[in-house]
Design a protein around this ligand. Structure first.
Ligand code: MOS
Length: 748
């Protein structure tokens, strides 16, 4: 079992002398955002007045563009150009990669006449104003040739993705057949969409052969390299910035046509160009989380020990863009069972492109197994928490690897009494409150933890200001803030002496935001860079006869309270730097995952508890209360971390109760394509949601001892709500979302 003692890792962050690590520091960029002075990509001021682009999406789901009659559009007010597959400037071949070690290949726009999915961008209009571009787009006459296509998700047509064979341990079929208590149920989750507040958008301009492009993307290198390859220019000629981002969630881990069209049009017109997708366009033109069908089979002894566990997930993806939603992956490590089967199957369809969305794998997968555990607990006559306690593994149940810090049990045991779990009536439908039947449910949370290589630079100026620069992104998660905290604590300076500059391809590269690896990866590099800067400054001071620190010893020199100090001698950083290097001292640093980093099974954990009311007359479901306890290593910022996990929990409520895209299988389109039809929880839907973190340090994860929190909160959250719905009214809906019609059908 994981220990909650603080590991004695000797670095400034883990010593945390100024107490900045973990502190609920306000957002670094908060004042800019509330004042409207943090420019998002579309809002960036351009050196000369910008031209506006409008993207036109295909009106068929599969086939080809036969012709585009642009005569009326080109004659309309203010129109500067119209592009389609028939006249777009030359770009590199799709998939070409010229620059070595690139993070992306060429992705030309309109490079052929094929329509691969409904809403795929097929034409582009640029005009002097957004209104004129949009009006002209409506004048385009596009002829299509539709072709037969597969739009319906039929799990029977699934195939095993190459290299993604089932994982088997022991003899699942034999053990399942013999198990005294069994469950065999199938759960389905629909297509879900990211719905970032800020749609994808780009502003681009050229100066000579140099391109400046502001875009909304989770990473910097990816879109920079994509543009360089597509436009066939050296990547040093592409200055790409993504400084403020209104949500990513995986959907901005890819780049879309706005990026390349803005760059191409700006070059062609010799003027800055702004291009954004609309909310409606985003549903088709950006990626979505694919639908899943998940068969769960559990076999247990009468006292609730799992003997057989299977989770088989089938998902869909786009015809030409393989993506597997690894919905069964988490089930390989969550519970002990000697006989196991997990695997993934894929159905390729002529639909928009499926891809990662917050908590890819776990977020969809836990909607099945964590309900199945609830159903099994009822069959066993066991409390759902107790069933999980009885199946807590001592080591990774498939690989045998030791766990790094794992506090799943502690999360459940700590949160259950706080929530009042003992008041839950295990018999469904027994608790009334006015027109409501009230129920409680719980689920575990687990999400993998990753660390990627990253670099950073750090500079001290003559006035003692410390500036950290990194090609990192903040997608709304708090990256600016936590990097400021790590920098301040490492250099022993107050937070208001730290400047954070990120989101710029000119800065030392970091992996960006995704897979909840951002804070750990970027933060580790910032710590490493700070250590280089400390060394550099210590040597300078010790070698300077004019410094009170003259003669060192270098190894004993420390940084605190804005001072560089040894024994009883000190001077301010500003005094040292202004005397010896008035232009400032700048260093670069890097962090790479330890060679044995994957020797431990590393995850972040949690437990969700939810209470809902169900109206048996209307089928209406209301969340009443929700509590999450999480253990994710050291927490860098109590406020932004809590915000991350509660945001995830709220998304889980949406996944359970309201969210989902329906496919119109006649056209391959998504029926609901705005926030009036795609229902995400609003404030009135989220009554009393709270979350907290257990004390933990994961010294196997990285030098900071932290793990990711960005995706953890959604994992399992929807299952806790679904289990509460069942406890409230006795209706088990295995086909998400749990809408009132399904409750009423279940009540009969
Ligand atoms: Mo994420 S959904 O791995 O950006």
């Amino acid at each position: 079992m994981a220990s909650v003692t603080d590991y004695a890792i000797p670095n400034p962050v883990t010593r945390n002398r100024a107490g900045l690590i973990g502190k609920a520091v306000n957002r670094y960029e908060g004042p800019l955002k509330v004042c409207g002075t943090a420019p998002f990509a579309f809002e960036i001021e351009t050196p000369t007045p910008a031209v506006y682009g409008w993207i036109v999406g295909a009106e068929i789901g599969h086939g080809r563009v036969v012709s585009v009659d642009a005569a009326a559009a080109l004659a309309a007010d203010g129109v500067l150009l119209v592009w389609s597959a028939f006249n777009t400037p030359a770009q590199a071949e799709r998939g070409a990669k010229v620059n070595p070690h690139g993070q992306a290949a060429a992705r030309p726009v309109f490079d052929d006449d094929r329509v691969r999915f409904f809403g795929q961008p097929v034409a582009f209009v640029a005009a002097d104003t957004l209104e004129n571009a949009r009006a002209a787009a409506g004048l385009l006459v596009i002829d299509y040739q539709a072709e037969p296509a597969d739009y319906a998700f039929d799990p029977a047509k699934a195939e095993t993705p190459p290299g993604d064979e089932d994982s088997r341990v022991g003899d699942f079929e034999g053990a399942f057949a013999e198990a005294p208590v069994k469950l065999d149920e199938t759960y389905a989750t629909p297509i879900q969409n990211h719905c970032q507040m800020e749609p994808c958008a780009t502003t681009a301009w050229w100066e000579g052969d140099e391109l400046t492009v502001h875009t909304s993307n989770q990473s910097i290198k990816g879109p920079q390299h994509l543009l360089a390859e597509t436009l066939q220019i050296h990547r040093e000629k592409v200055h790409l910035l993504s400084r403020y981002i209104g949500g990513g969630f995986g959907g901005k881990g890819s780049a879309y046509e706005d990026l390349t069209l803005a760059a191409l049009a700006a070059r062609d017109l010799g003027r800055p160009v702004k291009v954004a997708f609309t909310r409606q366009q985003m549903f088709h033109a950006s990626i979505h989380r694919p639908a899943t069908v998940q068969r769960v089979r559990l076999g247990a002894t009468k006292d609730g020990r799992l003997t057989a566990l299977a989770l088989e997930a089938t998902t869909h993806c786009a015809r030409d863009e393989a993506f597997t939603e690894h919905a069964a992956g988490f089930a390989r490590s969550l519970y002990a069972a000697p006989n196991r089967l997990t695997g993934h199957k894929l159905v390729r369809l002529d639909l928009p492109i499926a891809g990662p969305m917050r908590g890819p794998g776990e977020a969809a997968g836990m909607l099945s197994l964590e309900c199945a555990m609830d159903e099994l607990a009822e069959r066993l006559g066991l409390d759902p928490v107790e069933l999980r306690l009885r199946n807590e593994p001592d080591e990774h149940p498939e690989s045998g690897a030791p766990f790094s810090a794992r506090q799943l049990v502690e999360c459940m045991n700590d949160a259950a009494p706080r929530f009042g779990w003992s008041r839950r009536n295990p018999k469904p439908g027994q608790v009334r409150d006015g027109r409501w039947r009230v129920g409680m449910g719980m689920a575990a949370a687990i999400r993998g933890n990753f660390l990627l290589p990253a670099k950073a630079s750090m500079r001290v100026d003559a006035d003692g200001t410390v500036t950290i620069r990194q090609g990192m992104t903040d997608i709304g998660t708090g990256t600016y803030t936590i990097l400021a905290q790590v920098t301040a604590e490492t250099m022993g300076v107050p937070l208001d002496r730290v400047v954070v500059e990120i989101g710029d391809s000119g800065f030392a590269p970091a992996p960006g935001s995704g897979g909840q690896f951002g804070a750990a990866s970027a933060g580790s590099a910032v710590l490493a860079t700070g250590m280089v800067l400390r060394q550099t400054l210590a040597r300078m001071a010790a070698a300077d006869p004019a410094s009170p620190l003259s003669g060192g010893p270098v190894e004993a020199i420390d940084f605190r309270d804005g001072l560089i100090t040894v024994e009883n001698r000190s001077e301010t950083l500003a005094a040292l730097v202004s005397r010896l290097a008035p232009a400032g001292v700048e260093v670069e640093g890097a962090s790479t995952p330890a060679a044995d980093a994957r020797a431990y099974a590393q995850h972040a954990y949690g437990a969700h508890f939810a209470e809902v009311g169900v109206d048996l007359v209307t089928g209406e479901i209301r969340l009443r209360r929700m509590l999450g306890a999480f253990a994710a290593g050291r927490i860098l910022n109590a406020k932004t971390a809590r915000s991350q996990v509660t945001g995830g929990m709220i998304w889980g409520v949406g996944a359970a109760l309201t969210e989902g895209n329906k496919i119109d299988t006649r056209y391959g389109s998504l029926v609901n394509q705005d926030l009036g039809g795609y229902l995400v929880p609003s404030h009135a839907d989220i009554a009393d949601v709270d979350a907290y973190f257990l004390l933990e340090v994961d010294d196997k994860a990285n030098p900071l001892g932290i793990k990711g929190v960005g995706e953890l909160g959604i994992c399992g959250a929807g299952a806790a709500v679904a289990n509460a719905v069942y406890n409230a009214c006795g209706v088990r809906v295995r086909d998400y979302p749990i809408t009132p019609d399904k409750i009423l059908a279940g009540l009969g």
